[in-house]
Every structure is written in C-alpha cells, then in structure tokens.
Ligand binder design. Structure first.
Ligand SMILES: [Zn+2]
Ligand SMILES: [Zn+2]
Length: 273
C-alpha cells in the first residue's frame, strides 16, 4: 500500500485523541507515500435538517473547526514535504438539502478531495435521529434509495471515490440486493471508479466489507481499493501488519482486482472548488 486516503482525526470526536502528527508518523513508519486526511465533514448549521438546540455531534467536527483542521494539515504537509505527501480531504455525505451549504463551506478552504460516505441517506436524516445506514434493514425501498443516492453523489463529480459502498446493511434476499447494488456497481464500473474495501469494518468484524457485495462487484467488472478508515494511528500500523493482507485475501476469494486508490488530479488545494 502506497496511499491511504481514508483517515480521520480527533475532531470527529470518536477517533483517538491524538495529534494529527501521530497519524503522519504512523503512515511514514508503514511506508506510505501519500496520506490523505478525510475527516467527517462538518455540517453547516443553517442547512436542513437542523439538529435540536444544544446538540453536539459525536461523529463530525463543528463547522468552526474546519479552519484549524486545514491549517494543521497544511503545516504538516510543509514539515513532511519530500517524505510523505499529505492531502486534505473530507468524508462527506451527499444529501440534497445540505449539498449547497457544504459546497460553500469547502470552497473557502484548499480542499484536495472528497470521498463519499453515505452514513445517512434520507433528506431529513442525521445522527441525532439514529438512522445510520448500517442499521439492519430488509426494506427494499431503503436499499433502492441508498443505491440511487450513491449514484447521484458519484454522478455529481464531487467525490474521488465511494467509501464503504456496502455500508447499507440489507438483510433481505440476495436477488433484491443484486437488483439495486448491481446498478451502483454498473455505474462505478462504467466510470472506472473503485469499490472501497474498508479495513476498519474488517478489523472490527462489522457487516462491511460484505462478501456478498464484493462478489457482486466482481461479477459487474468492478475493481477494489483499500481504505484504512483510520480512527487511530495504530490502525495504519495494523493495516500493513496484517489487516491489509486479510483484505487482499478476501478480494482474491471474491475475484476482485485491487489497485491503489485514485489520486486527485490536481492536489494541494486546487483539486476541488
Ligand atoms: Zn465512513
Ligand atoms: Zn471514515
């Protein structure tokens, strides 16, 4: 692994309370050449759905923290120049009611890339409502909405790749799963966009990466890339020490080729506007 574009920081309030430098040092020790930070995007306060008064998210930074996040990474980029390339990104949900405000916020900063992580898919959804995409569901309409929203997100051209495409935890029949997730796989294959194999999910024994999804992706001609989804600096060390090898074995079993993640065409502040 030469590049990892899926890295969080303490600001999302569920990652390790370590300085950003600790992730960079771990990546250097692991032999990475590129480390992309993609902390959970802040949600602008005035875009619907608006959380209840006094609510403080446990899954994303406050919008006011964006400047400090970017400044910290810019300083590290300069300090580590020539040893490792540091990219500044966010993992963002693509929700129609929020996208304009999200665009406005990101346009104010030198953001290199976004990855799409559809942790929430409904127009009125949010973490205070408990409707995380990973909650088990046998509802075909929810599965269809997830696939539609992911395609819409990727079609918008904002996102470098789709993180944990298999986060929607569908417990219904395989043929229903294939009907909707196959559409998503087809879009990604047609646009040469990878399916991420998420090492956090693998290490934690979560429902993703899903073998059902990866086999479907192989049938649809997709290719895979590895995302560490590091919420601790040690997750980067553990990735190269064994979790990545488990992911590669899983992909081999499913018939999926694995490549390095796509890099932003124009990094260092001009890749996204
Ligand atoms: Zn995620
Ligand atoms: Zn993540």
């Amino acid at each position: 692994m030469l590049a990892n574009l899926h890295t969080h920081t303490r600001r999302c309030r569920h990652a390790a309370n370590e300085p950003d430098r600790a992730w960079v040092e771990a990546a250097l020790a692991a032999g990475l050449r590129t480390l992309g930070f993609s902390d959970h995007c802040p949600w602008p306060r005035d875009a619907p759905p608006v959380p209840p008064p006094g609510f403080r998210s446990g899954v994303r930074m406050d919008p006011e923290e964006t400047g400090e996040y970017v400044a910290s990474l810019l300083a590290l980029r300069e300090e580590y120049a020539g040893r490792i390339d540091i990219l500044i990104g966010f993992e963002a949900e693509h929700l129609p009611t929020r996208i304009a405000a999200q665009d406005d916020l990101f346009a104010r900063f030198p953001v290199d890339y976004l990855i799409c992580g559809q942790h929430y898919i409904g127009d009125g959804s949010g973490e205070w409502l408990g409707d995380w995409s990973g909650s088990p569901t046998a509802d075909e309409a929810r599965l269809a909405a997830y696939a539609d929203r992911c395609i819409e997100a990727m079609e918008s051209g904002r996102y470098l790749y789709l993180a944990h495409p298999d986060v929607l935890n569908f417990t219904g029949p395989d043929e229903v799963y294939a009907r909707h997730m196959g559409r998503l796989c087809d879009w990604l294959a047609a646009h040469d966009s990878p399916v991420e194999v998420n090492l956090l999910g693998l290490a934690d024994g979560r429902h993703y990466p899903s073998e059902r999804f990866l086999r479907l992706a192989a049938e649809h001609g997709n290719w895979a890339t590895i995302g560490i989804d590091a919420h601790r600096p040690d997750a980067i060390r553990e990735a190269v020490a064994g979790v990545e090898a488990r992911a590669l074995a899983l992909c081999a079993r499913c018939g999926l080729a694995v490549h390095e993640p796509p890099l932003p065409a124009a990094a260092h502040g001009s890749g996204f506007a």
